[in-house]
Design a protein around this ligand. Structure first.
Ligand SMILES: *Cc1c(COP(=O)(O)O)cnc(C)c1O
Length: 237
């Protein structure tokens, strides 16, 4: 890509504003996460220089190597599948976890936060489409998980996340986003848990997600360009 980071960011912000205008939403209600997976500290510095503060990573090991090399008061969100044996490290690195895909994982995060003396806002990842290859909790297991979560002292479930199956036609994603919002409304009414945040939409489909109620959009490629080889820390001798 020949444009600068600032130009790409401006283009993303214009698309966010247009989607908000189409759906009668206030752009202040849509927060942008710059998904920096595979990109190195130089790219993150450039993004931070353009005012971005919230970065998304999908692997604990990569984030653990990268975050100490990125200065400034940046905030890191875990957006990818979290393995239970990485939970202790994850609660040290991240300020929010979008991808809680089982009650067991949520309990492990709660226990790790207890040890670390902190609290963690999280989102439950819901497999709205029922596609078996995707992570996420089946919708029918969410109400019970919300009940159990209300007893955990160190995690608060602030919303829901979903990743629809990829389809060239973005309109195919719309029913999945809409379903997540409808489920949220049902579960909110049934449990009293606010679930204000809806993390949905990536480069390909974030405008549709905004039209359907997204409060967090997770955008990588439209900001950083196509992902190539994954960044690795230089090996020190
Ligand atoms: C990689 C990734 C994104 C960003 O994807 P792009 O298509 O590059 O915008 C968003 N969410 C999750 C969970 C991801 O793994």
């Amino acid at each position: 890509m020949s444009e600068t980071f600032q130009e790409r960011l401006d283009a993303v912000n214009r698309r966010i504003e247009a989607a908000c205008a189409r759906s009668g939403r206030d752009p202040a209600g849509v927060k942008l996460i710059a998904v920096s997976k595979t990109h190195g500290p130089d790219s993150i510095r450039e993004a931070a220089g353009c005012g971005l503060r919230i970065f998304g990573e999908n692997k604990v090991q990569e984030a653990k190597a990268k975050i100490p090399l990125c200065s400034g008061s940046l905030s890191w969100h875990m957006v990818g599948h979290l393995q239970r044996n990485k939970v202790r490290e994850a609660v040290q690195l991240f300020e929010m976890i979008h991808s809680i895909d089982s009650l067991k994982l949520l309990e492990a995060v709660d226990a790790a936060c207890d040890e670390a003396g902190r609290n963690m806002p999280v989102l439950l990842e819901v497999n709205v489409s029922g596609e078996s290859s995707k992570f996420g909790m089946p919708p029918e297991s969410v109400p019970a998980a919300l009940q159990s979560a209300s007893r955990l002292m160190h995690v608060s479930v602030v919303g829901l996340m979903t990743m629809p199956p990829f389809a060239e036609d973005v309109e195919k994603a719309r029913p999945h986003f809409r379903r997540l919002r409808d489920l949220r409304d049902q579960w909110r009414a049934a449990t009293g848990v606010g679930l204000d945040e809806l993390s949905m939409g990536m480069t390909h489909d974030f405008e549709v997600a905004i039209e359907e109620g997204a409060t967090w959009v997770r955008v990588g490629t439209a900001l950083f360009g196509e992902r190539g080889e994954t960044w690795r820390p230089a090996v020190s001798e």
